[in-house]
Design a protein around this ligand. Structure first.
Ligand SMILES: C[S@@+](CC[C@H](N)C(=O)[O-])C[C@H]1O[C@@H](n2cnc3c(N)ncnc32)[C@H](O)[C@@H]1O
Length: 249
């Protein structure tokens, strides 16, 4: 059993004091195994099974390049599990939205996308200006769309579409979906994507909602809860801050 710790925590008054206190709690743990710290989560004596998954860890190390990305390891593990589940189902994979493509690139390795007959549809605006309702991210800009296309240039079955969700779904979108990752930090656009795509998910397909459990994005949950209830579902909030739904027949 291993540990995985980063100092990536958000919403703190004094980061240094917080990290010192985390270390003090670790000092009180009898068997110092299964310690996870980062991404606003702290555990001890957990199996952290993803750390023992060699294929996952190889993909994770190959495609993450900084602490902020690495702190998301448990979220990547959730998404990879959902995508692997989708491998045996009819339909394609979807990520809304992909930003730099880090999660999708890890998934591609983990599910052997090169050998797959499935397609993987990735969407994003890739840019930000003040007229847009989503928040900006450090690498948004004129070149990001091309950079992401290049990142997936070895994968003819990965299709990257630039544009505003849900409008850009008319440019390209699968008829059947075996796995979907929804991650746009933009409540109205997420509902717009769900309106179009959720009905295309096949029974057994897993939907991961990246921001569902995060208090900072609570507006999203407050819009999504009645949407799912109306459609006969309840989102499971995961300790990672993600939400999960399994499509039924
Ligand atoms: C948190 S990032 C996605 C990170 C990515 N899923 C990953 O795991 O690496 C959120 C992205 O949503 C995109 N976005 C927000 N609103 C959008 C919209 N209406 N249409 C398309 N993309 C949107 C932003 O441009 C941003 O890149």
């Amino acid at each position: 059993m291993q540990n995985f710790t980063t100092s990536q925590f958000y919403g703190l008054k004094d980061h240094g004091t917080f990290m010192k206190l985390i270390q003090e709690t670790v000092d009180q743990v009898e068997h110092k195994v299964g310690i996870f710290a980062g991404d606003n989560m702290y555990t001890y004596n957990r199996n952290l099974s993803f750390l023992e998954d060699e294929k996952f860890m190889a993909a994770f190390h190959a495609h993450t390049s900084n602490t902020a990305e690495q702190s998301l390891i448990w979220r990547y593990a959730t998404v990879c599990w959902a995508a692997k589940n989708g491998k045996k189902l009819d339909g394609d994979f979807v990520e809304i939205a992909c930003y730099k493509g880090t999660t999708a690139r890890i998934v591609c390795d983990y599910v052997d996308m090169k050998e797959s007959s499935k397609k993987y549809f990735l969407y994003d605006l890739f840019e930000h200006d003040d007229s847009m309702p989503h928040h900006d991210m450090p690498e948004h800009g004129k070149n990001l769309y091309q950079q992401v296309q290049e990142r997936f240039s070895d994968f003819p079955n990965v299709r990257v579409t630039q544009g505003n969700i849900p409008d850009s779904l008319t440019i390209a979108a699968p008829e059947k979906i075996a796995f979907m990752h929804l991650d746009i930090n933009n409540p109205e656009a997420e509902i717009g994507a769900l309106d179009v795509l959720f009905q295309r998910m096949v029974p057994g397909a897993v939907l991961i909602l990246d921001d569902y459990g995060w208090a900072y994005y609570r507006k999203q949950k407050l819009l999504e809860d009645p949407w799912f209830e109306k459609n006969g579902y309840q989102v499971l909030e995961l300790p990672t801050g993600q939400g999960m739904v399994i499509k039924h027949a």
